[in-house]
Design a protein around this ligand. Sequence first.
Ligand code: PBG
Length: 332
Amino acid sequence: MKPVVAPFPAARFRRARKSPAMRALIRENTLSVSDLIWPVFVRDGVDVEEPIDSMPGVSRRSVDRIALAAREAAELGIPAICLFPYIDASLKTEDCAGAWDPDNLVNRAIRAVKDAVPEIAVMTDVALDPYNINGHDGFVVDGEIINDATVEALVKMTLAQADAGADIIGPSDMMDGRIGAMRSALEAAGHQNVLILSYAAKFSSAFYGPFRDAVGASGALTGDKNTYQMDPANSNEALRLIERDLNEGADMVMIKPGMPYLDICRQVKDTFGAPTYAYQVSGEYAMIRAAAQNGWIDGDKVMLESLMAFRRAGCDGVLTYFALDVARAING
Ligand code: PBG
């Protein structure tokens, strides 16, 4: 594409900006409620909604409250929610067996949502960190996060979630070979219509801090995740990972975090044309909320601007803790 620009004054770009009507006609991208996936935190108990200090406006909800939240999201037109469990420290183990328990918190929440709100798509997270005594996404043996045994456990976790009714499986663990293993296990188990949204390009990021508080993993985490999550300096590697996961059977791919990695989003969309998502992660959310609470920025405007940026960068959708607020703002 070659932009043609007449010399001034034949070209006056401000003509096209002179009124809301002209700006609406000229606008290149749109943000709509159907672009949103809403991440929510599940905890035990009944009728509980507990605020998370590091993420103002976000809470952990008991399963019954998750179903109510899903109803609200569906009524606003949000197509999908994504479930993350808060597991009490006393229940974390070295073998992470809670992760594939058919009756664990997430699997109960999937069933509750599918019962109460069948029209909303339910996405899950696949990684061992909420269940792991040391906070890592994989098994730790002699200080090493081991790959292949972790993949076997993740496959069990995937099947339990699919059995419970999950529509979209979201592997966030960054082990090698997991997408292929999950895809063939899903096919063999008769779950051929379960989608995989791979966290394909997931960077080892300090922007996940508030999330780790939210799921109770910050206290548990020993060391960092640098041997499995990506180096923030790399973009060629991100493209190779996306290609690898698409070849192994991912239906949709994700870049994470979001705003600091919009260059990766654009490259991924241009290179593969696959359904592409970004995760506006907890630290991005917390920064906007904190500045807004201090009166330093207009929180609603920054929220909408930040989400439009993902669309401009080529994303088909965004996982965002702002989903409900955005939907309300868009619906008026
Ligand atoms: C865990 C997981 C993380 C997030 C989603 N799944 C944190 C991590 O990798 O440590 C981060 C989400 C956020 O920060 O909002 N596998």
